[in-house]
Design a protein around this ligand. Structure first.
Ligand code: GRF
Length: 225
């Protein structure tokens, strides 16, 4: 049985599309079982519908507050029994209920811990950095503060504006997200403090020990496929 992904989106869903395309190949080891959003009428939901993937929308404004929304979102996600939730351009901070029930990865268009938050590309440009990029990380209760899984750099070019830079970052981001989610699905992962180790990183073998030689096999935060 293949590894189950629920993907959360708020916009155009090109990262979702990259995952949908990758999961069309069974060897990828995962499939998208549902796509959720915090708003209607977005291209991300249309992409899921075209791919025949079930969708759901949970808007904060339909609930009495963040807590009730978090509860409703968790319940809805749980119906699809995901092994991993992927926040791919989902523009809401996930609450404790969702985060307590499922491992969640997020993709962010900057090299964290620089430029967290909703305007990462704009903030990096106005700071004047020459190098930015993207980060795939595990989600914790903070804003883009969870343990980093992988990062890739993108150079800022003379004359870049927010859109041109974001498009180049997204080109790289889609590939990185697909690669990391695929490896998590096929090989599992281990979290030790802020270090995330993907199985298969050590010459294709699942690594049962951390850098200090400690046995990770019975550790709570070891996720086997
Ligand atoms: C990505 O750059 C993501 O990191 C950011 O919003 C963008 C979403 O793009 N939070 P898309 O909806 O996947 O095309």
């Amino acid at each position: 049985m293949s590894f189950r992904l629920v993907v959360l989106v708020s916009g155009s869903g090109t990262n979702l599309q990259a995952l949908l395309d990758a999961t069309a190949d069974e060897a990828f080891g995962a499939r998208v079982v549902a796509v959720g959003a915090d708003r209607d009428g977005i291209e991300g939901l249309a992409r899921a519908e075209r791919a025949g993937v079930p969708t759901f929308v949970r808007k904060v404004s339909d609930h009495s507050g963040r807590e009730a929304w978090d509860e409703a979102l968790a319940e809805q996600i749980a119906e699809f029994k995901p092994d991993l939730v992927v926040s791919a351009g989902f523009m809401k901070i996930l609450g404790p209920r969702v985060l307590g029930m499922f491992p969640v990865v997020n993709t962010h268009p900057a090299l964290l811990p620089s430029f967290p938050g909703a305007h990462a590309v704009r903030d990096a440009l106005s700071y004047g950095v020459r190098l930015t990029g993207c980060t795939v990380h595990l989600v914790d209760s903070g804003v883009d503060t969870g343990p980093v899984i992988a990062q890739e750099a993108v150079a800022v070019r003379e004359g870049d504006d927010e859109d041109s830079l974001h498009e180049r970052i997204k080109d790289v981001e889609r590939g990185l997200l697909v690669e990391i989610v695929g490896r998590m699905a096929r090989y599992g992962w281990t979290v030790s403090g802020r270090t995330v180790r993907l199985g298969g990183e050590q010459g294709g073998e699942y690594d049962d020990h951390d850098d200090l030689g400690r046995d990770l096999r019975n550790q709570e935060d070891t996720h086997r496929p």
